[in-house]
Design a protein around this ligand. Sequence first.
Ligand code: ADP
Ligand code: MG
Length: 327
Amino acid sequence: MNENMLSGVLNALEDGVTVFDLEGTALFCNEKALALLHCAPGTIRRIGDLPNEVRAFFGDVRSGRTETIELNGQAVRLHYQDLRKNGMRTGAVLMMSDLGEQQRADRMRYEFTANVSHELKTPLTSISGYAEMIENGMAKDEDIRRFAERIRRESNRMLALVSDVITLSELDERQILEQAETVDLYTLAAETVETLKSAAMVRGVSVQLLGGPTPVFGVRTLLSELVYNLLDNAIRYNRDNGTVWVRVADRQLSVRDTGIGIPKHHLGRIFERFYRVDKSRSKATGGTGLGLAIVKHISEEHHAKIVLESAEGIGTEITVTFPPTES
Ligand SMILES: Nc1ncnc2c1ncn2[C@@H]1O[C@H](COP(=O)(O)OP(=O)(O)O)[C@@H](O)[C@H]1O
Ligand SMILES: [Mg+2]
């Protein structure tokens, strides 16, 4: 087979194929590989020209290694194989396959389950540890109260997590907009401010409700959940004696705080499930890491748009804009 025929065959493959020599120079890159990498022909000349996510895979190259990564919003499976001639390593082949929507959904579900189990394990381990100490008589009388308090705190964390997981799986499964009605965002915001009043008071945070009646078309319980999560964060990630402004007007809800802010490089990821900027702060205050994922999901269901602005050490503002109500 001549070279032209060979590259014709490689270009006909459904998988991406890239071949490198021992110096890391690209010898060949088929069309599917360029499509998956979102690269123009001729732009992959060395391993260093690969996108960061793919290059990171080369950090631990073992022949036969496979890993799935997220690339340009697609799930892509990478497979690395040494090229050998007479037992000598002569180069490497990197194969890439597109997982497709179904496999991507399966993978996300699997990862979510694994994360939930992991998150549940920590509080359960500590509950079981404290209970065991009391049971064995290892806890002194004055410790018992403290241990009971920790057990209660850890149980509350588990309850919050389980309830967020239930919300998310309902959002994943249900045709929720079936129960949509006209809801006044302002009334809803006022109720949420009331619910979180004591949490704000504990931190000395003042919550200001601004604006006026704003009808939107949606599911009351979900919209309520959305406002709750935004306001909860604005209080949780505020400074002591800070302020939160909840403004409702013109089909918009915005929640602004004078809190710690979110560093720029985290902005793109905080709506992901279980993504937290500061894991220990989130956990210490009883966060689940699911609040913004729920907010995003509910917004999408309502065809609402989210805009986030944040400055480190100054504060954060999240604005949700709903589409016009049908009249
Ligand atoms: N108003 C805010 N100010 C600063 N950081 C925030 C704010 N809202 C969310 N974050 C960051 O985004 C992360 C994800 O938020 P969320 O999904 O609600 O989870 P959590 O349970 O940790 O609050 C938080 O852990 C925090 O790091
Ligand atoms: Mg939260």
